[in-house]
Ligand binder design. Structure first.
Ligand SMILES: [Cu+2]
Length: 176
């Protein structure tokens, strides 16, 4: 319990002084923040290997699953964009399927891999003929137009969940 009366009109000199310094602080923080962003882009953009490129900033684009043959193995394609420091894709799971693995295609076959690098200020691309996801043990046979959840777990960024549309077998990103 205090006996001091609190000024509530905002016109006391103390209050005004406080507000002005708070405003100056906000302007200063904005200037400093802008500088820091520019500096981070400058260091990370060139080499791509610098450990001080800052935290990874990931987003997932162009994801799709070509309609798999009934009950059969499916593939998953997507692009992980990164506007920050390096990261790694460690695991992919889906509530719609019992098994999702990461594969790399070679000239004659494909092999399972345990992790995929997401380069700093670059992108990890899973595309036809290249690195891709293999999806098996569907809970329910996928149909055109379905959206299936994939949960991508990264070393630094944690888990990102995406809804991936099921497309015609001939679909390629960029066409509608
Ligand atoms: Cu494969």
């Amino acid at each position: 319990m205090s006996e001091r009366s609190e000024p509530t009109d905002g016109r006391s000199p103390g209050n005004r002084r406080f507000r002005r310094s708070a405003l100056a602080g906000a302007v200063l923080a904005t200037v400093l923040g802008g500088g820091a962003i520019l500096a981070a882009c400058g260091t990370g953009g060139q080499g791509g290997t610098s450990a001080d490129a800052g935290p990874a900033k990931l987003s997932v684009a162009d994801s799709y699953i070509p309609l798999p043959p009934a009950g059969g193995m499916g593939a998953g394609y997507l692009t992980v964009r990164n506007d920050g420091g390096p990261d790694q894709l460690l695991k992919v799971t889906s509530p719609a399927a019992g098994s999702v693995t990461m594969h790399r295609s070679t000239a004659s076959t494909m092999e399972q891999v345990n992790s995929l690098d997401v380069p700093a200020h670059g992108a990890l691309q899973l595309t036809r003929g290249g690195t891709h996801l293999m999806i098996m043990d569907w809970q329910k046979a996928p149909a055109l137009g379905d959206e299936l959840e994939l949960d991508l777990t990264f070393a630094k960024s944690g888990t990102i969940s995406v809804k991936v549309p099921v497309k015609e077998l001939t679909y390629r990103p960029g066409q509608s």
